[in-house]
Design a protein around this ligand. Structure first.
Ligand SMILES: [Zn+2]
Length: 331
């Protein structure tokens, strides 16, 4: 008997008896899951229905991703505690909230999301959670770059705005405005904190420009795991030669034909390195490297900060780490 979980569908192959036993297990699991979801909201609905900040306490803020929580903390200062929903090191593209996560969302007064379609689970989760809270969409108002069409010719929206710190200035302004409207008493502090963090982002941009000039223009070629570094590339004069996963998300895998195409693109352009984010299986990248002689650079912090003792505990550290990795491999 074998079980294949590909594509979220459970396929069971085997003889009759094993079949039924397994399906019973699956049904029991589904029932337990549904019960856990139902329990997660018992006794919480009253709290969730309160408008943000009316409980007399300082509102509770929750940012979906770790890097977004870090950016939001820089704006919130000491006035608010901002937690992150997705743990450090977990890929937000494939994130599936548990009942415990739903409980966290139900209990928050302010939810900060990236937006631009990045949080694929969000609409369903918010519908399940019910209640009222302020939702701040960090990327609101930013114009998406034209991602390449997928296999079916559909243009996907590239949600990875944060990998260009200049776009994060807009994130900070949106977060500041959202916090001010949910908690007007904190307005002067939020404005001050936002201003000082924006100054740090401008300094980061200048630092990146200073690093990137070390790479000859003809070598500013990137191959990445999925289409994640587009905004970074656009801003700092790099070209995305190709991606292993032909998507702005990480869920898909390339066909044999697409692998051949990326190998051809590497050979044709002379691209010198493939950059993989933390948590990526390097198998396909190594296969491409074997065929082409390209370097594989692993461990970029694109979708999560590191732990507190790691290489990139803050958003600004993430961008600095990635810039050093890119410039180090291509100069
Ligand atoms: Zn991504």
């Amino acid at each position: 008997m074998s079980i294949d979980l590909a594509g979220g569908t459970i396929y069971v192959k085997g003889r009759g008896g094993a079949h039924i036993a397994l399906l019973t297990l699956v049904s029991l699991w589904a029932l337990a899951w549904a019960l856990a979801w139902a329990l997660a909201f018992t006794g919480n609905s009253a709290v969730a229905k309160e408008p943000a900040g009316t409980s007399g306490n300082v509102p509770k803020a929750l940012a979906v991703e770790t890097f977004l929580a870090d950016i939001a903390r820089s704006v919130a200062g000491d006035r608010l505690v901002v937690e992150s929903l997705i743990p450090v090191g977990v890929d937000p593209h494939g994130f599936e909230p548990t009942p415990k996560d739903a409980k966290k969302v139900a209990a928050c007064d302010i939810l900060i999301v990236n937006g631009a379609g990045f949080e694929e689970f969000l609409n369903k989760l918010l519908a399940n959670v019910g209640g009222k809270r302020s939702v701040i969409v960090a990327a609101a108002g930013l114009a998406p770059r034209g991602a390449r069409p997928d296999e079916d010719g559909r243009h996907e929206t590239d949600p990875h705005f944060w990998l260009d710190p200049n776009h994060v200035i807009k994130y900070v302004q949106n977060i500041r405005d959202g916090l001010v409207s949910a908690d007007p008493g904190g307005a002067p502090g939020y404005a001050r904190n936002a201003e000082s963090y924006i100054a740090k982002l401008r300094a980061l941009d200048a630092w990146i420009r200073g690093q990137v000039v070390q790479v000859p223009e003809k070598d500013r070629l990137l191959v990445t795991n999925h289409e994640s570094l587009g905004y970074f590339a656009d801003r700092y004069g790099f070209t995305i030669v190709g991606t292993i996963v032909p998507s702005v998300s990480t869920g898909a895998s390339p066909s044999a034909k697409q692998l051949v195409a990326i190998i051809d693109a590497v050979k044709k352009t002379g691209a010198r390195a493939i950059f993989l984010e933390t948590g990526t299986n390097p198998k396909l990248a190594r296969q491409i490297a074997q065929e082409t002689g390209i370097k594989v650079v692993e461990g970029l912090y694109t979708h999560s900060v590191s732990g507190p003792g790691g290489d990139a505990p803050t958003y600004i550290d993430m961008i600095r780490f990635n810039t050093r990795a890119v410039v180090g491999a291509l100069r």
